[in-house]
Design a protein around this ligand. Structure first.
Ligand code: M6R
Length: 595
């Protein structure tokens, strides 16, 4: 149960548990892990081999029947699964023709009937039946299978969806990520795609591929502390993670930036530095918040390093046969390192011989391993479904990358380089100052908590900030929010503005400051309410705005590292006031391991 709670941020539609004691005993129900806990109270939940699952529904609505584990027809096998079996419909009708009855609408149930069918017909070991079954499967999976006839054995396999095995003293743990494991051991094996693990009581871990090739398990020591994945006195993980940002951006810079000596160096991409310097084009691919960080990266790299940059949604890039050359460098950004679309975009880029670099937060994640090289953000575990500290850390890494390339290419003057480096060092303290505005932001939230629509506007570096602010608002508070380049407003969204519409404008000094003031006037002329993010001491916008939040002055290109913070707090407080589940918003999951 504790393990399930730790994994709950990945999906929370339904939950279930299966114990071998000695039959396969299954309890499952709709809703969160706490519902399951309630459901099993007073039941016999003893056993030393078991598995549990918390689901993010793909096939079939989130109800008790579709909840995992699923059981084979002869009730001797049970399975939990993360991923999607794409050819489930054809497998299902084949199995139905052979007399199998399906009780759920899930793709997962197909797998367990298939394994049973193979095992019965071929009289082979469980792991061999699983191997043969997986050779017939198209799609993504991380699975665990238990058998009542092999009560001391667990079979686990992965393709496309992550799976980690923890090796303790006389005990094993299998999970989608390391968070439920580190409490017990930090010795872990990250499984690779198409690998099957056989875990047996009192025996060493065995791994082979679905092509039947033996592999030697590679045991790694994880550096992850328990406190990093707990709330630490905060009401929500999201709030804790917002408050961690002075530390997390510092950790992203640590050992990579020395302002006094004028050095920026990202060790992870050392081997590919020449590729970056010679790149005719950089393509950054990502999803969601990471895509917003990519947009900031585009502005940074083009301005500082003078290399053309394209930013692509991974889900579009992977399917549209993009033009890619060997001298293109593709940068994939992902907090979790598990986003299915981004992984597929990486594979596509690699197949076209492009160099692929990663910017990931989760150490050992699939994307970190699939890319040629990369940089970890070191933001620390992010549990709240809404990305907060990972955005600022991603932007920090992109800033360092742009500066490093610019310095090597000579596209930046030495004095300017020093100036930006010195300013970067001040960012953690400036974030601390912004966090002191929490009470003021809470008051603004109170005024607007009942709105149904909102608009976020920004120009230049503040345009991605507007997009990110709007995403935070809609995903956790369910208030419709649109992010727009401020000047584009007059091409359509201005029609939405009336005296009920809050318009959040990032109107910091420098850049297109004067132009943004004109945009504010346009909103005011239509009676829209202005919440402005302004530079400390700015009286001009303050006079125009209904509310203004003052953030410390910084370089224009570094403003996203600061201006995003009040927007995170604003959406957080509105969500709390609307009684929304801040850390686990409806319909969402932290790692989107399905396409
Ligand atoms: O783990 P990733 O950075 O690849 O995730 C990408 C998106 O799913 C993620 O940023 C999502 O949009 C967040 N919930 C936004 O807060």
């Amino acid at each position: 149960m504790k393990g399930l709670h730790r994994l709950e941020y990945r999906g929370y539609d339904s939950a279930g548990i299966c114990l071998v004691n000695p039959e396969l005993t299954i309890y499952k129900c709709k809703g969160k892990v706490s519902e399951l806990e309630h459901f099993v109270k007073g039941q016999d939940v003893s056993g030393t081999v078991g598995m549990a699952h918390t689901r993010w529904a793909t096939h079939g609505e989130p109800n008790q029947i579709n909840a995992h584990p699923h059981i084979s027809q002869n009730k001797s096998l049970a399975i939990i699964h993360n991923g999607i079996i794409e050819n489930y419909a054809s497998l299902r009708s084949e199995l139905m023709n052979r007399g199998y009855k399906f009780v759920s609408e899930t793709d997962t149930e197909v797998l367990i009937h298939l394994v049973e069918d193979i095992q019965i017909n071929e009289d082979i070991e469980l792991e061999e039946a699983v191997r043969i079954a997986l050779n017939q499967v198209i799609g993504a999976y991380a699975i665990v299978i238990l058998s009542k006839d092999n009560p001391n054995k667990i079979i686990a396999a992965r393709k496309g969806s992550p799976l980690v095995i923890g090796i303790g003293k006389g005990e094993f743990f299998v999970a989608s990520d390391a968070t439920p494991i580190i409490e017990y051991t930090n010795n872990v094996v990250f499984m690779d795609d198409e690998e099957i693990a056989t875990i047996e009581r009192d025996k060493p871990l065995k791994i082979k591929t679905i092509k039947n090739k033996k592999k030697t398990p590679y045991i790694q020591k994880l550096e992850l502390s328990l406190s990093a994945i707990e709330k630490g006195g905060f009401d929500h993980f999201m709030l804790k993670e917002i408050y961690e940002q002075p530390r997390s951006v510092k950790d992203s810079m640590r050992g990579r930036l020395n302002a006094d000596m004028g050095i920026v160096h990202l060790g992870g991409i050392r081997e590919y530095e020449q590729k970056l310097l010679n790149a005719k084009r950089i393509i950054i691919t990502a999803c969601g918040t990471s895509w917003h960080a990519a947009l900031v990266g585009e502005y940074l790299i083009e301005e500082l390093a003078r290399i053309p940059v394209e930013v692509e949604y991974s889900s579009e890039f992977r399917y549209r046969n993009p033009v890619l050359y060997e001298d293109d460098v593709v940068i994939a950004i992902s907090q979790s390192g598990e986003t299915a679309d981004t992984l597929a975009a990486i594979e596509l880029a690699k197949s076209k011989a492009a160099t692929v670099l990663g910017i990931c937060n989760v150490v050992g994640s699939s994307i970190a391993r699939a890319t040629h090289a990369g940089v970890y953000t070191h933001a620390g575990p992010e549990i709240g479904v809404a990305s907060t500290k990972s955005f600022t850390s991603q932007v920090m890494i992109l800033t360092l990358m742009a500066l490093q390339i610019a310095q090597e290419k000579g596209t930046i003057a030495r004095s300017r380089f020093h100036q930006i480096l010195t300013e970067l060092n001040t960012i953690p303290k400036k974030i601390e100052r912004i966090l002191l505005l929490n009470d003021q932001i809470q008051e603004i939230a109170r005024i607007y908590k009942d709105v149904t629509n909102s608009l976020y506007l920004g120009r230049g570096y503040n345009f991605p900030v507007a997009l990110e602010g709007a995403l935070k608002m809609k995903e956790i508070s369910y208030v419709h929010a649109e992010g727009y380049p401020a000047a584009e407003m007059k091409h359509g969204p201005i029609a939405l503005i009336d005296d009920q519409m809050p318009v959040v404008v990032i109107a910091t000094k420098k850049g297109s400051y004067e132009k943004v003031i004109s945009n504010i006037q346009e909103v005011k002329a239509r009676k829209g309410k202005i919440i402005a993010i302004i530079t400390e001491g700015d009286v001009t916008v303050k006079k125009l705005a209904d509310h203004s939040i003052e953030i410390p002055e910084t370089e224009e290109m570094l403003v996203p590292l600061l201006a995003t913070i009040p927007l995170q707090l604003l959406s957080y407080h509105i969500a709390v006031m609307r009684n929304c589940n801040v850390d686990q918003p409806r319909n969402l999951a932290k790692s989107v391991t399905v396409e």
